[in-house]
Design a protein around this ligand. Structure first.
Ligand code: C2E
Ligand code: MG
Ligand code: MG
Ligand code: MG
Length: 280
């Protein structure tokens, strides 16, 4: 009987396990190994202030450099990292790496780091953030944490306390992919976000672009009256940029300006900022 052979053997010989389950297990094993061998890297995408076209900061986006499969997108492995708990260690690595790299940038450029709900809920998350700041020398004012609405759905009290604690230290909190979750507006009252990132689906859906535009305009207005910065994600074309400007958003992010790039390729944005400042 397979069971008597122990866990590992049961996995290998279990005829009930289909190919996709096998593939998942292989992926999970690779993920643990990747963490041990430093196979992850962060790419950075600029966040642009529309008033003056200045690069205010960058969002860190994790990639996995796989020996056979090349660069793997986070959409493929973050969900599995969350299910397996690997996200705790991976998230710690991401925070440390992002703070370390950003500490070498001009002091007015900030860094935004995505935080999964599981990470935030984990005891010791605030401590992990503090250690990343202390270890890198990055000022808390330069760090922005991006969370999604799902964070506020469960475990609300503990999550809110952690967010308040981080915010009291000077770290900014952004709500990511705003408008894709549930009853979003009530969250804006329950927690004082510093920024909302309006999901790119409001730009993209061309059939309903008039409605998308109306929604962006309303969210920008709401943000303005609550003192919250609004950013529109996923700006790809000049037409979209013009529309977003007309809607009054303060910041944008998207392929029109730059795709996420490796840390070694962000310096030209600092030069551009300096030139603009000198010309002003
Ligand atoms: P997100 O946080 O909403 O990140 C924005 C995603 O939109 C990125 O995809 C970015 O490459 C993409 N994007 C930016 N501009 C454009 C554009 O103009 N057009 C289009 N079509 N897409 C654009 P990416 O890097 O594949 O990341 C996907 C998601 O994976 C992220 O969505 C985030 O939820 C998650 N993720 C990425 N890095 C991390 C991380 O370090 N930690 C955690 N927990 N999640 C991460
Ligand atoms: Mg994000
Ligand atoms: Mg987003
Ligand atoms: Mg998104």
């Amino acid at each position: 009987h397979a069971k008597s052979l122990g866990r590992g053997a049961a996995c290998v010989f279990d005829p009930a396990m289909d190919d996709s389950a096998q593939a998942r297990m292989a992926l999970e094993r690779d993920l643990r190994e990747a963490l041990a061998t430093d196979a992850f890297e962060l790419h950075y995408q600029p966040l642009i202030e529309l008033d003056g076209d200045e690069v205010k900061g960058f969002e860190a986006l994790v990639r996995w450099r796989h020996p056979q499969r090349g660069l793997i997108s986070p959409a493929t492995f973050i969900p599995l990292a969350e299910e397996t708990g690997i996200i705790i260690q991976l998230g710690e690595w991401i925070l440390n790496q992002a703070c370390r790299e950003a500490a070498g940038w001009p002091s007015d450029v900030s860094i935004a780091v995505n935080v999964s709900a599981i990470q935030l809920r984990h005891r010791g998350f605030a401590q992990t953030v503090l250690l990343a700041l202390a270890g890198s020398g990055l000022k808390p004012e330069r760090l922005e944490l991006e969370i999604t609405e799902s964070v506020l759905l469960d475990d609300t009290e503990a999550n809110l306390q952690t967010l308040h604690l981080l915010r009291s230290m000077g770290i900014r909190i952004a709500m990511d992919d705003f408008g894709t979750g549930y009853s979003s507006l009530s969250y804006l009252r329950r927690f004082p976000f510093d920024k909302i990132k309006i999901d790119q689906s409001f730009l993209r859906n061309s059939d309903e672009s008039a409605e998308g535009a109306a929604i962006i305009r309303a969210l920008v207005g709401l943000g303005a009256s609550l003192g919250i910065t609004t950013l529109v994600e996923g700006v790809e074309t000049e037409d979209e940029l013009a529309a977003v400007r007309a809607q009054g958003a303060q910041q944008v992010q998207g392929f029109l300006f730059s795709a996420p790039r490796p840390a070694s390729e962000v310096a030209p944005f600092f030069d551009a900022n300096r030139k603009r400042a000198a010309a002003a």
